[in-house]
Design a protein around this ligand. Sequence first.
Ligand SMILES: [Zn+2]
Length: 240
Amino acid sequence: MPNVLRTVMTVLASLLLLVSSCKKTVEGESQRWEAGVTEVKGLMAQYPGFKPALEARLARAQGIYDAASSLGEEQKIAKMAEANGELRKDFVGELTGLADTMKALREKRVSAAANAGDESSRLGAKVAAEDAGKALDRAESTLAAGAKDEAGAAAVVSKVKADLDAASSAIDKVLSADKDKKAAADKKAGDEAKAKADAEAKVAPWKCEYCGAENPHTETACTACGAPRGDAKKDAKAPK
Ligand SMILES: [Zn+2]
């Protein structure tokens, strides 16, 4: 069974890959460190107001990273991993994702009004989109002002993030209420159509299943041949 064998081999290979990628190595941690330093320097250029806080963070993590060099293999890896964690924790990690969060909110506020169905939802979406615009402006000026140290940066960045998240959920709430409203309107329309069809069916003429004559809905037997209404159907359905 070559197919089964191939599947087993594939599963084993991916397991091996998973295990090896989870296992920390000096080389892996060193690559993570280089990438992290580049990232932090990029943040300094993008958010100059946070430069002092980012420099303090980088210096402290660098201290931990440098201390790793004198250690034996296993402890060295652990120390390097500690430096990598330290470099990216709290405000650095949040600041990294903030540009994407802001971009997503900008796009969401533009499409909010377009996605809202009726007039009142559009109004709600417009208000939520305006609020989101204000939150984005606030975020930009707060981020431009920056913070003088790490503690200040952590407080400022998490406040900005919470502000943006709240604006984003406000838009979601309007759109989700609008969706519910639309579903309720669709259901009402469906129920009404069904009630109308049922009412029409009640007064519709019926066709005799024996001779094919059309009879008014008031007749219970065929006016042409005398067969009772629905007789043939009843016979066909009867168990043998
Ligand atoms: Zn008939």
